[in-house]
Design a protein around this ligand. Structure first.
Ligand SMILES: [Fe+2]
Length: 189
């Protein structure tokens, strides 16, 4: 067994060393006897993990804007961004659990999410309200575009459970949140 020190340069307090095993190479999905073709399962896991990382990114974008919003619509926007953040967090949980249900391994950690996300990275500083909403709409558009392609693929491969999650939960939630943002931007612009 090897050990890994998680002490950071410049850290005020030394961190305890934690035991860890060398990172294993990616493995084939476990067979969960779901009466699905292995190729269909592998494709669904890839699609779900992409939707997962983009949903986690959108979730964090809503959290960022919930904290950083400012201006005349502060209260209204803060509540809405917080609500959408929670809904995206719930959706991410469903996507991650679906990956595991299929025998895959869901992407979870921030660095791995950032490495795979299709949504552009947001700046660290606070943006004005119109830019915040535009950035959210752009993120939703990216997710909806990839989700519709993946919904068609999963329908064709016979993975109807994944198809239902993508269509009934993800697409419908994202479309409803876009509607709310579009209505909001009328009042802000
Ligand atoms: Fe809050």
């Amino acid at each position: 067994m090897t050990t890994t020190s998680i002490t950071r340069t410049g850290a005020r307090h030394p961190r305890a060393a934690i035991p860890s095993k060398p990172t294993p190479a990616p493995v084939e999905p476990r067979r969960h006897r779901l009466a699905l073709a292995p190729a269909a399962v592998a494709a669904s896991i890839d699609s779900l993990n992409q939707l997962l990382v983009d949903t986690l990114t959108l979730r964090d974008l809503y959290q960022k804007h919930h904290w950083q919003v400012s201006g005349p619509s502060f209260c209204e926007l803060r509540v809405l961004f917080g609500k959408h953040h929670q809904e995206q967090a719930g959706l991410a949980d469903q996507l991650g659990e679906r990956v595991q249900t299929l025998g895959g391994v869901s992407i979870a950690m921030a660095a791995d999410v950032a490495a795979s996300a299709a949504i552009p990275r947001a700046p660290r500083f606070r943006e004005d309200t119109t830019t915040q909403i535009e950035r959210l709409l752009h993120a939703h558009e990216i997710i909806l575009q990839e989700a519709r392609t993946m919904a068609r693929d999963t329908a064709a491969s016979g993975d109807l459970g994944t198809n239902d999650l993508i269509v009934s939960d993800l697409i419908r939630l994202d479309e409803r949140q876009v509607w709310f943002l579009i209505e909001l931007i009328q009042g802000v612009a």
